[in-house]
Design a protein around this ligand. Structure first.
Ligand code: PLP
Length: 440
């Protein structure tokens, strides 16, 4: 059976160039980068070179790059490394659990957190961050791209708010890395975290930008690795793989790969939206779902069924947002009028009258790997906290799927998904207790 992987935001496979770059560091050059003999020198040189590459990737000095185990460690380091009892912390309710759980743990130690909510389209309003600032606010942490919707947050504006307020600013850039241009100076952040396995690099390795002079306490203590900012023998093959993935990502941002990916995602999205009773979370139509008054569309008008073409003029009335009619039951947005910036590879789509998890399983049986907008906690499927924060009700949040394309995705992958999904949805709707009205 043909298999199509559309869960790149969960993890990605290594590119061949990445594994080739790593290969010597498992065996021939296995040395400890801290050893002074030749074996150690080989390893040390590889780490130094990788640091230079990452400095180019972040646009910072090599001394501001700290290698670590990935996104969770980076997020934890920023939060536990800067906040003390009595401090105030600002983050958002759509962050990854690596940020949210760290904030919850700090509550026990007397650090109060303000969780800023997004708009129904998944965007954080920088003014909400500004309003949350108090004299004792020490750190703001906002993600670059949301892992579930792909929505890009206005980090530059938030960076300038942080600068004015003299607070530290951390960006969880795990889902933006390799998908959007990086520049920590432009972002105005003190700290930024990335993870290799989300950008076709190896698992269990990542890096942080730590602006010179940022008084961060290390999470791990021991040896003097990473200028005493992260103890532990360097994962040399992993670090080499991360740097190779970053180098390839920098090329991809220049050579049209990301534009090609966006076109594939858009074709996939347009195709899926031809199924009645569907819509995108974190894009134009999201603002219209029932119960969300923000953009004054009468209830039901934004659903993707015949006769629903027009979004009511709201706060964006100066932009021509009227979608062009595509095939029956679908909307085609004129290029560059979609006001919600998203990473190129992600779309999050709701399907009325079915359980998202059932659709994930049905698609898997047809060879398509996608992910539900839900996270499994202690055996119970909870609706996605991100979609709930955007105002979706539980039923719709549970009926949402994330499609996230690999950098290597092809037209054939999109064709495969579009070939199987309509029938899978139809079958499930016939069987679904949601459709029969027996589930709330
Ligand atoms: N932050 C975001 C936005 C993520 O999507 C993830 C992983 O899904 C993480 C942090 C955690 O990264 P890692 O898997 O490297 O620990």
């Amino acid at each position: 059976m043909r298999r199509t992987y559309m869960d790149a935001n969960a993890t990605t496979p290594l590119l061949p160039e990445v594994i080739e770059a790593m290969r010597p560091y498992w065996m021939e050059h296995f040395g400890n980068a801290s050893s002074i003999h030749l074996h150690g020198q080989h390893a040390h040189r590889a780490v130094d070179q990788a640091r230079e590459t990452m400095a180019e990737f972040f646009n910072c000095h090599a001394a501001e790059v700290v290698f670590n185990s990935g996104g969770t460690e980076g997020d934890n380091t920023a939060i536990f490394g800067l906040l003390h009892p009595g401090d105030h912390f600002i983050t958002t309710s759509i962050e990854h659990s690596a940020v949210l759980q760290a904030a919850h743990r700090l509550a026990r130690d007397g650090v109060e957190t303000t969780f800023v909510a997004p708009s129904p389209s998944g965007l954080i309003d920088p003014n909400d961050i500004r309003r949350a600032i108090r004299p004792e606010t020490r750190l703001i942490s906002v993600m670059l791209a949301n892992n579930e919707t792909g929505v890009l947050q206005p980090v530059e504006e938030i960076g300038s708010i942080a600068r004015t307020a003299s607070t530290f600013f951390h960006i969880d850039a795990v889902q933006g890395a390799g998908k959007v241009d990086f520049d920590v100076r432009r972002f105005g952040c003190h700290l930024l975290s990335i993870s290799a396995h989300k950008m076709h690099g190896p698992k269990g390795v990542g890096a942080m930008f730590v602006r010179r002079g940022t008084p961060i306490e290390p999470l791990l203590v021991g040896g003097s690795h990473e200028r005493r900012r992260r103890a532990g023998t360097e994962n040399v093959p992993g670090i080499v793989g991360l740097a190779k993935a970053a180098e390839l990502a920098m090329h991809s941002l220049q050579d049209g790969t990301i534009d090609r990916l966006a076109a594939l995602r858009d074709r996939l999205e347009a195709g899926v939206l031809q199924i009645p009773g569907t819509g995108v979370n974190g894009a134009l139509l999201t603002d219209c779902h029932p119960g969300q008054a923000q953009l004054s569309a009468p209830e039901g008008q934004c659903e993707n069924s015949p006769g629903q073409a027009q979004r009511s003029p709201g706060k964006d009335a100066d932009i021509d947002l009227a979608p062009r009619r595509g095939a029956a039951n679908s909307f085609v947005y004129p290029e560059s009028t979609n006001p919600i910036p998203r990473v190129a590879n992600t779309t999050n789509i709701w399907f009325d009258q079915l359980e998202g998890e059932a659709l994930v399983i049905a698609l898997d049986l047809k060879g398509v790997a996608v992910s539900g907008g839900s996270a499994c906690h202690s055996g119970a499927t909870e609706p996605s906290h991100v979609l709930m924060a955007m105002g979706l009700d539980k039923t719709r949040a549970r009926a949402s799927l994330r499609f996230s394309l690999l950098k290597t995705a092809t037209d054939a992958d999109v064709d495969h998904v579009l070939q199987v999904i309509a029938e899978a949805v139809e079958n499930l709707r016939e069987l679904s207790p949601v459709a029969a009205g027996t589930l709330g």
